[in-house]
Design a protein around this ligand. Structure first.
Ligand code: PLP
Length: 395
């Protein structure tokens, strides 16, 4: 009996790499004990949330008995929470935005779904720069859009502006960029973004229809070596920022995120009204109450990026001592090295024999590479060194 739609059955197969690694990880840990396995497969931040998050929860507990503490609210979130987002975005993006230009969502994932639901006509295209966060394709097809990708520059993973220009069609409704990037660790420069915007402006004008630029930024806080993460909202009339507190406050499970629209967009209230409706009718109804209270901590404290920078350096040493070919990540918490021998799936299987869990780049539209996450303790990184050496020696 066919219980699932053919589309979802197909998606389950398509998303099998991360799932497979997750399941293999559970099996390996069961067999050898969690301490024997070096699990670099999941981007689930292990650094605890800042202490201030706990304090805010304590304060909220005092109000728990009051009516409506956990009640419904306007679909875009509490007005005071929208103001917090506006203040944050103003600081990060250097634009004058008001609480009316931002809404709270259920994570960046919920933000993207609400956005696509609000702007896509059936058959419209969403273009993403590959390698890419694998969920983008599913989110696009949730809303009848066709998902397409365009490769970044080999090795550096910088934007390939000519390739993006060539990939845009009259059906392209949105381009997604993600900087700092999952899975490559790339951070786009102001020059790249300015060139990108010129291309988008050209197509928007030619088709008399906006090509939205979605900047997915949950890793904005995590750039290394003093690298600047340029703001996108001041650059383009149809720029949208989506982000969340999943990574910078280690609150991935609490599902609180946001969308902010550039004040350059003259008729943005129309878009915001649409987003409020889609946030509601997709079944989110409104963003989580507790998460909104917790994000008060965002302006005060976030996870110390130095912890991740130390881990990045430790992992870079492990990989270069073993002879891997990789581009040092400028941000986020991922390495995306070349798979020795070129077959990423075969190489990840070889790593698994060493009890090292990595995800084949094919799962991110980047075959020939593999992804390692460094949201694990430094001890795990050090412990993996011999396994990485043994694995590469046979390839
Ligand atoms: N975008 C990227 C690039 C991510 O890596 C993730 C999560 O790992 C998300 C979006 C979704 O984050 P959220 O937990 O805010 O939905």
């Amino acid at each position: 009996m066919q219980l699932l739609s053919s589309q979802i059955s197909g998606f389950i197969d398509k998303s099998s790499w991360i799932r497979k690694m997750f399941e293999s990880g559970i099996a390996l840990k069961k067999q050898y004990g969690a301490d024997a396995v070096c699990d670099f497969s999941l981007g689930n931040p292990d650094v605890p949330a800042p202490a201030m998050v706990g304090e805010i929860l304590g304060n909220l507990a005092k109000d728990a008995a009051a009516p409506f503490t956990f009640g419904y609210m306007p679909n875009g979130g509490f007005p005071w929470a929208r103001q917090i987002i506006a203040d944050l975005v103003k600081k990060e993006q250097d634009v004058e935005i008001s609480a009316d230009d931002a809404i709270l969502t259920c994570g960046a994932a919920g933000a993207m779904n609400a956005f696509f639901r609000a702007v896509m006509e059936p058959g419209d295209e969403v273009l993403a720069v590959a390698p890419f966060f694998v969920e983008y394709g599913f989110y696009a097809s949730n809303h009848q859009a066709v998902f397409r990708t365009v490769m970044s520059e080999p090795d550096t993973f910088a934007l390939d502006i000519d390739a993006i220009d060539a990939a845009i069609t009259p059906k392209t409704r949105a381009l997604i960029i993600n900087s700092p990037n999952n899975p490559t660790g790339a951070v786009y420069t102001k020059e790249e973004l300015t060139a990108l915007v010129a291309v988008l402006e050209k197509h928007t004008k030619a088709n008399n229809r906006p090509v939205y630029l979605i900047s997915d930024e949950p890793y904005r806080f995590l750039a290394f070596d003093g690298v600047d993460v340029p703001s996108i909202l001041p650059l383009y009339d149809y720029a949208i920022v989506m982000s969340s507190f999943s990574k910078n406050l280690s609150m991935a499970g609490e599902r609180v995120g946001y969308i902010a629209v550039t004040p350059r967009m003259e008729e943005r209230q129309q878009l915001i009204n649409g987003l409020m409706l889609t946030n509601r009718i997709l079944g989110f109804v409104n963003p989580p109450v507790v998460g909104q209270h917790m994000l008060k901590a965002a302006l005060e404290a976030q996870v110390d990026p130095a912890i991740y920078e130390r881990r990045r350096d430790a992992m870079a040493k492990v990989l270069s001592d073993a002879g891997y070919d990789f581009h040092l990540p400028k941000g986020a918490f991922y390495f995306f090295p070349k798979a020795p021998g070129g077959d990423d799936v075969a190489f990840c299987s070889r790593l698994m024999e060493e009890k090292i869990l990595a995800v084949p780049g094919s799962g991110f539209g980047g075959p020939g590479y593999f992804r390692l996450t460094f949201c694990v303790d430094e001890e795990v990184i050090q412990r993996s060194a011999d396994g990485f050496k043994r694995a590469i020696s046979g390839f």
